[in-house]
Design a protein around this ligand. Sequence first.
Ligand SMILES: [Zn+2]
Length: 413
Amino acid sequence: MRLAFLTPAIGCAILLGAAVPAAAQRQAGGAAAYDPANDPVQLLVKRLDLEQYKNTIKGLAQFGDRRQGTKRNRDAVDWIEAQLKKYGCQDIERITYQYNPAARAQRGRGRGATASPNGRGSYGNGPGGSRIFSDMRERGANNDSLAQPDPAIRAIDTEASTPGERQEVICMKRGTKYPNEMYIIGGHMDGIGWGQAVNDDASGSAIVMELARIFSMPDVQTDRSIRFALWNNEETGLNGARAYVEQRGPMQGKEDPPGSGRYPEPKWLAMIQHDMMMVDHGPPTPDGKLAPQQRPEADINIEFASTSKFADEAMKLAFFWRQADEKYATDYPAAVGPHMTNTDSDPFKDLVPALSLRENERGSQIGGNWDPTHHQPTDVLTTFNDKDFMLGLTSAQTTLGAIGQLVGATVQK
Ligand SMILES: [Zn+2]
């Protein structure tokens, strides 16, 4: 199997060989049988822990829905930064940008308008070029404080958003051989809907934070760099991710200061977003509510955009992720789909191969109301059980497994 897709299409013959993971090469050549006990990536995946993942989600949930432009959002940014510091993540920085929705001609541009007021539609087109084979539709975001039955959560979520300066936190694992190249792993820390934004998107943010924690352990080395990004303002139209692309894009691959061996913004190789990671309960009940249990066929969904400039490379990368699920995940399988949409990977998709990991396909399934907690007061800790949290951890195992191979991770003995 050729793994040429692991490098961007434009560019470097040198990279081509170097980016092929050794383990994948061995598999392809069939020279040596795979030995999990001697696979450093497997050691790292085993460091993931369900309780730890849940605790990180709970840490984020203490700030309620973390709506952008509020103190609870800024407090959450501070908390994330403090955790990353504790983990020893390198090069912790804040991206600062302005968000003034009144001045914007098209608020929420790029998010797709799919929500239905009554949760019904007809068989037909869904977001991102998908097709919804059902008359079920996701409802619009909840804006009614009284829909939140828990007075404590309602109180935390009370402050309204005001325009102005915004910040989001990033950090890095510096590669030792190729510090000038990196993969970007993202999740969005803001939410809406008068709940605790647990599934959307503490569940994805916690994956990014857990990977930052494990890759920052003192015995872990990687050939290439990894960027960890906790995007803000996703819910208003991907504004945090867009600000990053605008500000950091031109800095790619530049050594600063010259001769230092330091690259504040390594060259981007791919971007992988994690958004809504826990709920695959299947279609909603006839009255549009969350089906009570995680369905036995639950899987994680890896999506690329078949309409993007890097569609072919992204598709191959998606199947590499699926293979990482088979190799490293303990509980749930993964599926690949072509309709990536409504995600922070969007601003990256015509610049590098970009993927989005989710609990369901964003268009056909979430669009068809498979997650009735989406942007609703039910997106709170008490809604979810360990089978849900485990779906999130499966994505963490999958991405850690995939990225660990891509960056050439090793563990000192
Ligand atoms: Zn989200």
